[in-house]
Design a protein around this ligand. Structure first.
Ligand SMILES: Nc1ncnc2c1ncn2[C@@H]1O[C@H](COP(=O)(O)OP(=O)(O)OP(=O)(O)O)[C@@H](O)[C@H]1O
Ligand SMILES: [Mg+2]
Length: 373
């Protein structure tokens, strides 16, 4: 996973949301969100359906009035400004492009409405069509385009107005996997070239990981964590984020001994003590969760020698072979299933693991994520 470099270097945040909330009757769609986005960032809002992503974006664009809180863009309080007064453009989840207009006309429409001169419209439209690689389709109508090409028309239409901020609501949702990946990189290039600040809404975590300088993980109108792709993956703040991003094994337990930055956790699910590192001060008996990613776990038929590592015996319940990678489901004596993924670097003397093999799974303390919330 790559992720853009974080360009949040300016002295003041480019976009700032302060205690922003939106209530529909007694339903809270967005709940006291605070956020700062730097100039030129490609920021993603990631969350399940209905968590409030579109509502949040619509407030930033000015199509929805906040119940409370303020929105600042480039130091200016835009909360009471109409959409057209804000230096913002939004590409909607159900992007409406005009079916009776050619690609070219669709892209030019917003500039014509703004009474930009004919010559300038011509130059800007052709530049943008070049950028989204639609030049050769400029005379076509939308029904003569694929879903992905139509999505690029919508993108071109949003970009051509050169907004300081571009809000994209599920911009790649209509694309198949391959085109989606291709367009993701295109989007990153466009963003890099134009220096526009992007806020992208998605419910696809892989997409958020690949595209973003930073991600906000949203749940029930609130931000659970804001961080770089690496931070939310490697250092989730809580059980929700750990579980939401990628695959993870979680063991519930209680702290048995704590000190010197490490803890030992008793867990019925694990059946043996789990060790983890933490700089928080923890009392014995406190409930914690130890979380481990499948790729951080070693699997072997031999008991590992390193006494510091957590080591749990189990049986191979299921396995999948994916060429360079094998995925295992290991059943512990407690009945708990642990997912393990391993690179296949087998030396010829070793044999592959098989169903029902007795194995040991192990990991060093630094691979265990200690979660209290
Ligand atoms: N005008 C409205 N009146 C009442 N409830 C609304 C209104 N608009 C949105 N909601 C509710 O607010 C919640 C958040 O909606 P929103 O459209 O922001 O979700 P979302 O995160 O964009 O979901 P999706 O991924 O499905 O697009 C939903 O439960 C929705 O039903
Ligand atoms: Mg939505």
């Amino acid at each position: 996973m790559t992720g853009n470099t974080n360009k949040n270097t300016g002295s003041h945040p480019f976009i700032e949301l302060k205690d922003l909330s939106k209530h529909f009757g007694d339903f809270v769609a967005v709940d006291t969100v605070n956020l700062q986005i730097g100039r030129g960032e490609l920021f993603s809002i990631l969350g399940a359906s209905g968590c409030g992503k579109t509502t949040l974006l619509r407030m930033m664009a000015g199509f929805e009035t906040p119940t409370s809180g303020r929105i600042f863009i480039d130091g200016v309080d835009v909360t009471d400004q109409a959409p057209y007064q804000r230096p913002v453009n939004m590409m909607f989840q159900s992007y409406a492009i005009f079916p009776h207009m050619t690609v070219e006309k669709n892209v030019a429409y917003g500039l014509e409405k703004d009474r930009v001169s004919k010559g300038e419209i011509k130059t800007r439209v052709s530049e943008i069509l070049e950028l989204v690689q639609l030049t050769r389709f400029s005379k076509r109508k939308p029904n003569q385009l694929s879903g992905g090409e139509r999505q690029r028309v919508a993108l071109a239409r949003a970009l051509v107005k050169r907004p300081k901020v571009l809000l994209l609501d599920e911009p790649l949702a209509a694309l198949d996997k391959k085109l989606r990946e291709h367009t993701q990189f295109e989007l990153m290039n466009i963003q890099d070239e134009l220096g526009i600040t992007f806020v992208v809404v998605t419910h696809d975590q892989e997409e958020a990981m690949i595209l973003s300088s930073r991600i906000a993980v949203m749940e029930k109108g609130r931000f659970e964590q804001v961080g770089t792709p690496k931070e939310v993956y490697e250092y989730p703040d809580n059980r929700f984020v750990a579980d939401f991003i990628g695959t993870i094994n979680m063991f519930e337990g209680t702290v048995e001994t704590a000190g010197d930055g490490s803890i030992s956790v008793a867990s019925d699910e694990a059946g043996a003590p789990l060790t983890g590192l933490t700089d928080r001060i923890m009392e014995n008996g406190v409930k914690v969760c130890i979380a481990v990613r499948p790729e951080k776990i070693f699997i072997s038929q031999h008991e590992p020698e390193n006494q510091e590592d957590t080591c749990l015996p189990g049986v191979v319940e299921d396995l999948g072979y994916f060429g360079n990678l094998s995925l295992y489901r290991i059943r512990l004596d407690s009945g708990k299933i642990v997912q393990v993924s391993a690179q296949n670097r087998r030396r010829s003397a070793e044999r592959f693991l098989e169903w029902d093999d007795r194995v040991f799974i192990s990991w060093p303390p630094r691979s265990a994520i200690v979660l209290t919330e």
